[in-house]
Design a protein around this ligand. Structure first.
Ligand code: AMP
Length: 275
């Protein structure tokens, strides 16, 4: 496995590969969720390139850019064992200059939900993913449905900018207790983790009621709010949308998403259900 520490070494390595390149963009601290994306790419492409880059432009000023978990040695070992062709680990200086051209996300998709509290977040995601796409030149790129809003905005980016890249959404991987895997879960104390389990329980409850035929968003939302431990958590949102992130009143199968985010202790946790 090649470890490319800068753009030049990645360009050299990439020039020796053919068309069939799959790409997984990560911020490192890799877990089984990341691995599931990597494995899907390995199945569907001749080569898989993984990037490990804690992207400063997607963090807000008071967020955890400085303290974000960094576990490069273990991450490289995981990629090597999995059969990845190359890992790209650029420096911030290699990726960004100053006063750059930027793209903003669509108004209706980029400044609600995650973008409401973090208005610069999706412009940062777009900046880094576009740059990584230009460097890696993948045919397919794999993103987790856990970050549902991110997947939908990146699919729109690919459509709007005529990029010849398929965004492949991948299912959420959960821990044994049901909590969606996240690099930030290590911030949770045992007690906070126990409280956080109300999130997957709520997702499962909503899923069950939809299976039983309940399609009213008002009713499903009321159930969800009852099942979240709101005295012990801070709710950012728990709501239903279509795939364009427009609010809906009635759930439709294959078309709707239930998105929720809440804070437990100091940790912001996301989860969702693609209906
Ligand atoms: P991150 O390193 O947090 O930027 O995540 C890199 C990619 O892994 C993103 O596409 C995430 O959506 C995806 N990912 C993170 N956690 C999970 C999970 N539990 N299940 C599936 N994909 C995930």
């Amino acid at each position: 496995m090649e470890v490319c520490k800068d753009r030049l070494s990645l360009a050299r390595f990439r020039s020796g590969l053919g068309e069939s390149v799959g790409f997984v963009a990560t911020m490192g601290a890799l877990h089984k969720g990341h691995l599931s994306l990597i494995e899907k790419s390995l199945q569907e492409n001749t080569h898989t390139i993984v990037s490990i880059f804690v992207n400063p432009t997607q963090f807000g000023e008071n967020e955890d850019f400085g303290s974000y978990p960094r576990t490069l040695e273990a991450d490289l070992a995981l990629c090597e064992r999995a059969g990845v062709s190359a890992v790209f680990t650029p420096s911030v200086e290699d990726m960004y200059s100053t006063d750059e051209i930027t793209f903003n996300p669509p108004k209706n998709m980029g400044y609600i939900l995650e973008g409401f509290d973090r208005p610069t977040h999706f412009a940062g995601v777009i900046a880094v993913v576009l740059k990584l796409f230009m460097l890696v030149k993948p045919r397919k790129a794999y993103f987790g449905q856990k970050d549902a809003q991110q997947v939908l905005i990146l699919q729109k980016m690919v459509r709007d900018l005529f990029l010849d890249i398929e965004i492949v959404p991948c299912e959420i991987v959960r821990d044994d207790d049901g909590l969606a895997l996240s690099s930030r879960n290590i911030y949770l104390s045992a007690k906070e983790r126990e409280i956080a389990l109300c999130i997957p329980r709520t997702i499962a409850l909503v899923e069950q009621h939809i299976k039983n035929g309940e399609m009213s968003v008002d009713k499903l939302k009321a159930l969800a709010l009852e099942s979240l431990r709101l005295g012990e958590t801070t709710l950012f949102y728990a709501d239903f949308f279509n795939r364009e992130l427009k609010p809906i009143a009635v759930v439709k199968k294959q078309e709707s998403i239930f998105l929720l985010a809440l804070r437990v202790g100091k940790t912001r946790l996301l989860d969702n259900l693609w209906i």
